[in-house]
Design a protein around this ligand. Sequence first.
Ligand code: ADP
Ligand code: MG
Length: 286
Amino acid sequence: MVKQSEIMIEARALAYDYSGEEEPSSPALSGVNLTVHRGEYLTLIGPNGSGKTTLLKLLNALLTPSDGEVIVEGISTVDEERTPQIHKICGMIFQNPDNQLVATTVEEDIAFGLENLALPSVEIRRRVVDVAGLLGLNHLLQKPPHMLSGGEKQRVAIAGVLAMQPGCILMDEPTAMLDPAGRNDVIETVRMLNRDQGISVVHVTHFPEEAVYADRVVVLDQGRMVRQGPPAEVFNDLQLLHSLGLRGTTAVELAAMLREDGFALQPQLLHCRELVESLCSLELKS
Ligand SMILES: Nc1ncnc2c1ncn2[C@@H]1O[C@H](COP(=O)(O)OP(=O)(O)O)[C@@H](O)[C@H]1O
Ligand SMILES: [Mg+2]
């Protein structure tokens, strides 16, 4: 469900080719048309090498298109003079939090991007305190980042992005290196920012259980967008997912097996709770 219709990012006929003209190979991305609306939560799934990271980097002007264009709040990413503005609007979170934390304390780390904007120190301190409060990081502000858990580190990285007051957060498998508790912390944090602050999210993940929180799921394969739709639709298209080496949520996979065994379950189940309820209602009827 698109919450608001205001366009935040628009990619048109987007293509990217890493190879030089001397050794041409198939492009990492081609013919991608994608719109991200303000306040929308979008997840991006696809097999390894399908172009997910390339697409995120193009949305954030870390790469510029080989063909087509990306417009972020009206600014084309080929406009190099305005790249810092795009980085401020679209913050990026990577897989490994250790590569994103640079300072000696959490407080300095959150302030790092703001120092580069040359904001007055009072404003910097105010923003750091605000985001630390919002993300529950106050008790960690004086700690060195390397002492934190993976989930805490990733939340500090998110705080650093949030301090820049972005309109959109792009996340490239942000939970891939975390344990289940850390993963949960990060996902809850991002969902809260989307829901309460209206920040758009583009979230690349290999975990179907994380992808289901999105308004829309986009599927990439071999550099092309092959499907998009609400999570309940995309994750119930097991034929497509399995053909790409992906899987549905646990509930979807289980429901498919149960249907094969003759259980007349409700269509488009997504969550375990829905599966349990559908099974229990069958039992009551029989
Ligand atoms: N720096 C690079 N140089 C050359 N090819 C690259 C580079 N980064 C990615 N690729 C290629 O581009 C394609 C898409 O990669 P990527 O965007 O990283 O996919 P994903 O994030 O979905 O795994 C792959 O074929 C990959 O090998
Ligand atoms: Mg990737």
